[in-house]
Unconditional design. Structure first.
Length: 102
């Protein structure tokens, strides 16, 4: 998971990290442009006020991270698939209609 933490690794609202950002240099730990930065992985809760432990401030390239507090339902995660299927069906019926006219 990806959580926004303060300087004591206490989980805070994600907007605090998003609005301030971080300065990143490849191969080095990110330096926070404010007192908040993202903490990746580890244990602990995603609830504000809890401690983030066992993770890192370095994002691993072979992992994907979910933003704490962002809930994704099955339909939200599948919208791109629904769009592709709908586009495919539209193209199929357009092709079939064109074939029958010729």
């Amino acid at each position: 998971m990806q959580r926004c933490v303060d300087q004591q690794n206490t989980v805070v609202d994600d907007d605090l990290c998003h609005s301030n950002g971080e300065q990143r240099v490849l191969g080095r730990q990110p330096t926070a442009s404010s007192s908040f930065r993202y903490y990746y992985g580890g244990t602990g809760s995603t609830a504000a006020g809890t401690q983030a432990t066992g993770g890192s401030f370095m994002r691993r390239s072979d992992h994907t991270y979910a933003v704490a507090g962002k809930k994704h339902g099955p339909l939200q995660d599948a919208w791109h698939i629904v769009g592709i299927v709908a586009l495919g069906a539209l193209l199929f019926f357009a092709w079939e209609g064109r074939r029958k006219r010729v």
